[in-house]
Design a protein around this ligand. Structure first.
Ligand SMILES: Cc1cc2nc3c(=O)[nH]c(=O)nc-3n(C[C@H](O)[C@H](O)[C@H](O)COP(=O)(O)OP(=O)(O)OC[C@H]3O[C@@H](n4cnc5c(N)ncnc54)[C@H](O)[C@@H]3O)c2cc1C
Length: 191
């Protein structure tokens, strides 16, 4: 499968954190390297709780299990079905095949696909899809006890207007709420 098709098959399946932390070392990210068209290839371990041998054994057992289970069934809810399908396709297999259809080579490719899914990262989703703005007024420019701007009494800056940001997951909300409350309390109490 061409790299472009593979990237498309994976579209939307890259965990949020990885989109933001591509190249970093978070969760299941095993490695990142600069390559051709994509800025990075991020290798994701989708099943960090299973080593390769344990995963291989599950797939082998699934091959002779009653009901001829598909890959997502033997993974027993560890991964969403569409993630399993994308990993199978990225490994050069049909989406979510039956375990008994996997020969040794296909099983090996799938184990590698699930333990080291290669996700090309070739850019961001653009400003329209951005969730947090970087930059803003330097923290050194405000009084940390009130968020009043130094040298401008009565002017308060908080939330994203400050040069504060974090990974998504609530930190930016928390920063916005906490700094807004601090500024509001001070502004209403100020003489
Ligand atoms: C799609 C999306 C998903 C996000 N998900 C998360 C998440 O999961 N976790 C997390 O921590 N953060 C998340 N964020 C980031 C978080 O929403 C922001 O960091 C936070 O809301 C910033 O708060 P704020 O008050 O500084 O700015 P804002 O929430 O942007 O508020 C600014 C307000 O000012 C108003 N305004 C602008 N100009 C004027 C004007 N001239 N006059 C009057 N009003 C004006 C705007 O309409 C807006 O209501 C997400 C952001 C987006 C866009």
């Amino acid at each position: 499968m061409a790299a472009e098709d593979r990237a498309q098959a994976l579209g939307g399946l890259v965990p949020e954190d990885l989109r933001h932390e591509a190249g970093g070392d978070q969760g299941g990210v095993a490695a990142a390297a600069a390559v051709g068209e994509a800025r990075f290839i991020v290798a994701v371990d989708l099943l960090p709780e299973l080593d390769r041998e344990a995963l291989r054994s599950l797939l082998v057992a699934g091959g002779s299990a009653a009901g001829s289970p598909r890959v997502n069934r033997v993974l027993d809810g560890r991964l969403q079905r569409r993630v399993v399908e994308a990993a199978c396709v990225a490994a050069g297999l049909a989406p979510n095949p039956r375990c008994r259809e996997l020969d040794r080579g296909a099983r090996h490719a799938l184990v590698e696909g699930l333990k080291g899914l290669r996700v090309p990262v070739d850019g961001t989703l653009g400003f329209d899809r951005a969730e947090v703005t970087r930059g803003g007024l330097s923290l050194r420019a405000v009084d940390p006890r009130s968020l009043e701007v130094n040298g401008f009494p009565g002017l308060y800056v908080f939330g994203e207007l400050l040069d504060v940001d974090g990974p998504i997951g609530g930190l930016n909300f928390q920063a916005a709420f906490a700094t807004a409350e601090l500024a509001a309390r001070h502004a209403t109490e100020a003489p």
